[in-house]
Design a protein around this ligand. Structure first.
Ligand code: ATP
Length: 342
């Protein structure tokens, strides 16, 4: 049996609750499919900053470097010191955020099935901020051809692989940010020519934010730069039951990190009501990635089993209050784990 080393970062706020819930589900698939995931904890985040004076300590970084993938809970105020840094350090250039309407929960449209393919390392999140004087600050928007090419290619490959509408929508504001988004648009158009089997269209970011509400089932793959993808994916999550339904993956050439798209939700931390699906479905994405990377059909089967069990659990109503049920975060995870093993 192949053993995969996974670095595990529970994070802040609801992070540890989501992590416990996800581990229950991963235990179930390991048993059922004879997979071994060796989880090694790597601490990072607000509490670690308080305790050790640094949000992402060197020993945690070392654990992550020695692992094959990282599973991470949300981090609070120190998110920029942790996740933005990890994305840059490991060159995790693609942020993949699938948003799908599952049955038996309140959604805006039952046919929603889209995925954001968001550039993850540059734009205004490159950390290039400056103080000119007391009254003037500056933020550099970095957009490079290399990263536009990588993200556009990823978007078209995703559209091809998904076998959904086979459509890529590039989202930008090139009519105003003519140089930076102009480059992004040009590269998306060039890339589209290499994928004649994939339908290609463009939308200004303001129109995209409107159309996500107006006709969300029109979208398939949304290709965006860093800032727009961050904002629009939170908006789109509200259409499918909230941020608790939204998993994410940060993918590089040689490493990947999986985490919910939301923050640490301090308003509900410790109340055991958080929807665990954001992290459970992130772990499903991790198994898919491991399965594809190491040609391991057991991991692929385990990923499918997690989603099937989640759908079954949503049908029973054994869910957290956010989804209309009465159970706890861990209670919902136990129901999913049981649906996997029985
Ligand atoms: P942070 O400062 O860490 O980014 P935040 O509260 O600003 O946290 P989020 O954590 O993203 O932002 O949460 C936004 C809203 O979504 C909050 O009201 C939160 O309770 C809710 N939320 C986020 N994740 C979940 C979840 N898994 N289940 C239920 N509600 C959630």
């Amino acid at each position: 049996m192949t053993e995969y080393k996974i670095s595990l970062m529970p994070g802040d706020g609801i992070g540890p609750e989501l992590t416990d819930a996800t581990l229950k589900v991963l235990d179930a698939v390991q048993q059922k499919f004879d997979i071994a995931l060796k989880m090694i904890q790597a601490e990072a985040g607000d509490l670690v900053l308080e305790k050790r004076g640094v949000a992402l300590p060197a020993d945690s970084l070392q654990i992550i470097k020695e692992s094959q993938a990282c599973l991470k809970g949300p981090v609070g105020e120190t998110a920029a010191d942790v996740i933005v840094r990890l994305r840059q350090l490991f060159d995790l250039y693609a942020n993949i955020r699938p948003l799908k309407a599952y049955p038996n929960i309140s959604v805006a449209n039952p046919n929603i099935n889209m995925v954001f393919v968001r550039e993850n390392t540059e734009d205004v999140y490159a950390g290039q901020e400056f103080t000119i004087d007391n009254n003037t600050t500056l933020c550099l928007r970095v957009i490079t051809r290399k990263n536009c090419e990588r993200i556009a290619k990823k978007a078209f490959e995703t559209a091809r692989f998904r076998n959904n509408k086979k459509k890529v929508t590039a989202i930008h504001k090139a009519n105003v940010m003519r140089i930076t988004d102009g480059l992004f648009r040009t590269v998306c158009q060039e890339t589209a020519k290499q994928y004649p089997d994939i339908q290609y269209n463009e939308m200004y970011v303001d129109a995209a934010s409107m159309n996500l509400i107006r006709k969300p089932d029109d979208f398939d793959v949304l290709c965006t730069c860093n800032l727009f993808g961050d904002i629009l994916s939170d908006e789109a999550a509200q259409l499918i039951g909230g941020l608790g339904m939204a998993p994410g993956a940060n993918i590089g050439e040689n490493f990947a990190l999986f985490e919910p798209i939301h923050g640490s939700a301090p308003d509900i931390a410790g109340k055991h009501v958080a929807n665990p699906l954001s992290m459970i479905l992130s772990s499903k994405m991790m198994l898919e990635w491991l399965g594809e990377r190491y040609s391991d059909s057991k991991c692929l089967m385990a990923a499918t089993a997690i989603e099937t069990a989640a759908v079954k659990t949503l049908a029973t109503g054994n869910t957290v209050p956010d989804l209309g049920g009465k159970t706890t975060t861990i209670g919902m995870a136990e129901a999913i784990a049981k649906a996997i093993t029985t």
